[in-house]
Design a binder for this molecule. Structure first.
Ligand code: ACO
Length: 378
């Protein structure tokens, strides 16, 4: 590309950067499918383990395949003792996403396939990282709260075990299913910023752990996965259903960027938000904290009417996660615990058909200037 033909597309909006068989995202009609399966069917009827298998292998598993994937995930749940020691040595107020990024780097130091980028090794690492990330998030939370990590329960599925390792209590079937469906809804979303980051990193023939550590860093920002935490803080700032209108008026007048609203690709509606809304309603009612749902619905209606903005995936997941008892600063790590399935599937796809991702910048600085030695500069 020479200077004359350069075409700047800020934020790469609308740019198609890679072929993918993973995610079919129809932003115009608000539809989303993983490998051809509609997200609503997957969230309702499939477990996260089935969805991860689908993303990694291309098809929904048979009963025998699901057993093997489930057993492999359970067998991979332990994390190295040095990692727990690292959590003990880090400041108690360390941001959990920073701790998670460190954890992924340390897991890479101990992974037997760390530098092997073959398809088979990448599949093994995808399974290990999916399980170990869940364990690491919970262990870090326990350690920073002055408690010991809870060993995984081998009889619990991935989602239920996560909640168990976090709280020490076995979740009800309804709670476990809601959390499982949330992980599925977050599992994959085409070339979002964090997934694109993982693809850029492995396109240099770097390895899966390096890419996932980068993905965690990209997910952390409030314009991406960090929005869910910000939504909950907004709802807490509002405090009561009766205060929603006054808050909305003020926020609109101040032209505030409202977290959990808007999307680069979905313009008519984010299908994940519609599913999460129903789940949030149920969970908030069950937990006796219905006001968070009511506030969210009222804010949604008010902002949508005023600005036409749609709620994205992070809007209704906030009251849902809160009513499931997840600490607010763990909302983004929880998203990472779901998105790891998609990150690793994208890494597999990129490594299997790689071309270095290297866009251009459009130079807008000063024209070529004559060099002046330091003693002659004014
Ligand atoms: N609050 C207020 N105004 C908004 C919002 C919002 N949440 N989102 C978009 N707008 C407005 C902008 O002010 C802008 O208006 P203007 O044209 O009058 O200046 C217009 O809509 C376009 O906004 P952009 O930021 O250019 O749109 P973009 O496609 O780049 O943004 C994004 C998408 C970053 C998600 C944006 O909607 C946003 O900041 N939302 C809040 C953060 C958030 O919820 N992120 C989570 C996304 S989902 C996920 O990553 C898991």
């Amino acid at each position: 590309m020479d200077r004359e033909s350069s075409q700047l597309i800020r934020g790469l909006e609308g740019v198609v950067a890679a072929p993918t068989q993973l995610c079919d995202l129809d932003g115009t009609h608000g539809r989303l499918a993983y490998r051809g399966y509609d997200i609503t069917d997957l969230a309702r009827h499939a477990s996260f383990e089935e969805v991860a298998h689908l993303l990694w292998h291309g098809d929904l598993p048979t009963g025998g395949e699901l057993d093997r994937t489930t057993v492999a995930l359970i067998a991979a749940r332990d994390i190295p003792r040095e990692l727990v020691e690292t959590f003990r040595l880090t400041p108690k107020d360390t941001d959990p996403m920073r701790a998670l990024q460190t954890a992924v780097a340390i897991l890479g130091m101990r992974d037997p396939d760390a530098t092997d980028n073959s398809h088979a090794a990448n599949l093994r690492k995808a399974v290990r990282l999916t399980s170990q990330i869940a364990t690491a998030i919970c262990a870090h939370h326990r350690v920073r709260s002055g408690q010991s990590p809870i060993p995984a329960a081998p009889d619990l599925g991935h989602a239920a075990n996560f909640l168990y390792m976090l709280t020490g209590r076995r979740p009800s079937t309804v709670t476990a299913k809601a959390f499982d469906a949330s992980l599925t809804l977050y599992a994959e979303h085409e070339l979002n910023a964090s997934t694109f980051t993982t693809r850029v990193i492995v396109s240099t023939q770097s390895d899966m752990h390096s890419a996932v550590a980068g993905g965690v860093g990209a997910l952390k920002g409030p314009l991406h996965g960090g929005a869910g935490e910000a939504v909950m803080r907004t709802l807490m700032e509002i405090g009561e259903v009766a205060h929603v209108d006054a808050f909305a008026e003020r926020a609109l007048a101040e032209k505030r960027r409202l977290m959990g609203f808007g999307h680069r690709v979905y313009k008519a509606g984010d299908p994940r938000a519609a599913i999460l809304r129903g789940m949030a309603e149920e969970a908030c009612r069950q937990s006796g904290q219905f006001k968070w749902y009511e506030m969210a619905v009222k804010l949604h209606a008010r902002i949508n009417a005023a600005k036409g903005l749609i709620p994205n995936v992070d809007f209704y997941s906030a009251p849902l996660f809160y009513s499931l008892g997840i600490p607010v600063d763990l909302f983004t790590p929880v998203i990472a615990a779901g998105r790891i399935a998609g990150w690793t599937a994208n890494i597999l796809e990129q490594h299997d058909d790689n071309r270095l991702i290297r866009p251009r910048g459009e130079y807008v600085g000063p024209k070529r200037r004559a060099f002046v030695s330091v003693d002659k500069r004014a």
